[in-house]
Write a protein that binds this ligand. Structure first.
Ligand code: MD6
Ligand code: FE
Length: 218
C-alpha cells in the first residue's frame, strides 16, 4: 500500500530541483516541511541577539539587518569582515545553532550532493521592502570545499547569480518562502546579490524577507 504523509520531512524524490550551474541548485520549497520550528527558532535567536545594521569597512551602514546563531557569527565593522564567536553588541557568545537548523542545512546539502555538511555559522539576514544586497563573493570562510546553504523565508526576492567576475552579467532567480539554494564546488566563489525587495506581505512574516545562510566558517 502506498501512503503519503504531507507533513513528513523526508524529501519527495519527485520534487523539482533546479540546477543553476555546476555546483549550485535551487531546492524549491525544501524548508516548508519544517516551517514552524524554523520560525520559532528565529524568534528565540532574535530575542537574544537582536537584528542590527552593521557598518562596512568603508563606513556605510548595511541596509540588511543581521544576526547570527552558532559557534561563529559573521560581522563587519571599520576593521573589516570576519567571523567572531562573540556578539559585539552583547559581549556574549551568539545563540546556539538550533537542532532544526542543523537538520535542514545537512539535508539540503546532502540532496545537492554535499554529504556530511555540519555548519558552524548561521547568518540571519532581514530585508525590508526596498532593501538590497549588492553583488559580492562569500570568501571569509577557511574551507571553500564546504558548500553554503541559503534558506529564503517571507516575501519573495530576486536573487542575482553571477559569475566569477563582478562584471559577469548575473542570472535573475526568483526565490519564495521555503526555497533553499545550495552552493558549492565550482560555484562556491560566484558573485551574487539580491535586488531591492518589492513591497509585499507574507502571512507568517509580514512585510519582510528573512534569509538564513549556513556556512562552515572555521
Ligand atoms: C540572501 N544570500 O539571499 C543573501 N551567499 O539574502 C547570500 O548572500 C548568499 O544566498 C552565499 C550563498 C547563498 C546566498
Ligand atoms: Fe553571500
Amino acid at each position: 500500500m502506498i501512503t503519503t504523509d504531507l507533513f513528513s520531512a523526508v524529501p519527495d524524490p519527485s520534487r523539482q530541483d533546479e540546477p543553476l550551474c555546476d555546483g549550485a541548485v535551487v531546492l524549491r520549497g525544501f524548508a516548508l516541511a519544517n516551517e514552524p520550528p524554523l520560525l520559532q527558532a528565529i524568534d528565540t535567536i532574535a530575542a537574544q541577539a537582536p537584528f542590527r545594521h552593521l557598518i562596512t569597512p568603508g563606513g556605510f551602514r548595511m541596509s540588511v539587518g543581521m544576526t547570527n546563531a552558532g559557534p561563529l557569527g559573521w560581522v563587519s565593522d571599520r576593521r573589516g569582515y570576519r567571523y567572531d564567536p562573540i556578539d559585539p553588541d552583547s559581549g556574549m557568545p551568539w545563540p546556539p545553532m538550533p537542532e532544526a537548523f542543523l537538520e535542514l542545512a545537512g539535508a539540503a546539502a546532502a540532496r545537492a550532493g554535499f554529504a556530511r555538511f555540519v555548519p558552524d555559522a548561521c547568518l540571519i539576514n532581514r530585508y525590508a521592502p526596498g532593501t538590497r544586497l549588492t553583488l559580492h563573493q562569500d570568501r571569509d570562510e577557511h574551507d571553500f570545499e564546504q558548500p553554503i546553504v541559503s534558506v529564503s523565508l517571507g516575501i519573495p526576492a530576486v536573487f542575482l547569480f553571477g559569475g566569477m567576475r563582478r562584471t559577469d552579467r548575473p542570472m535573475r532567480v526568483p526565490l519564495a518562502h521555503g526555497d533553499v539554494v545550495v552552493w558549492g564546488g565550482p560555484a562556491r566563489l560566484r558573485y551574487h546579490g539580491v535586488l531591492p525587495l518589492k513591497p509585499n506581505h507574507h502571512s507568517a512574516l509580514g512585510e519582510c524577507r528573512i534569509n538564513l545562510t549556513f556556512r562552515r566558517a572555521g
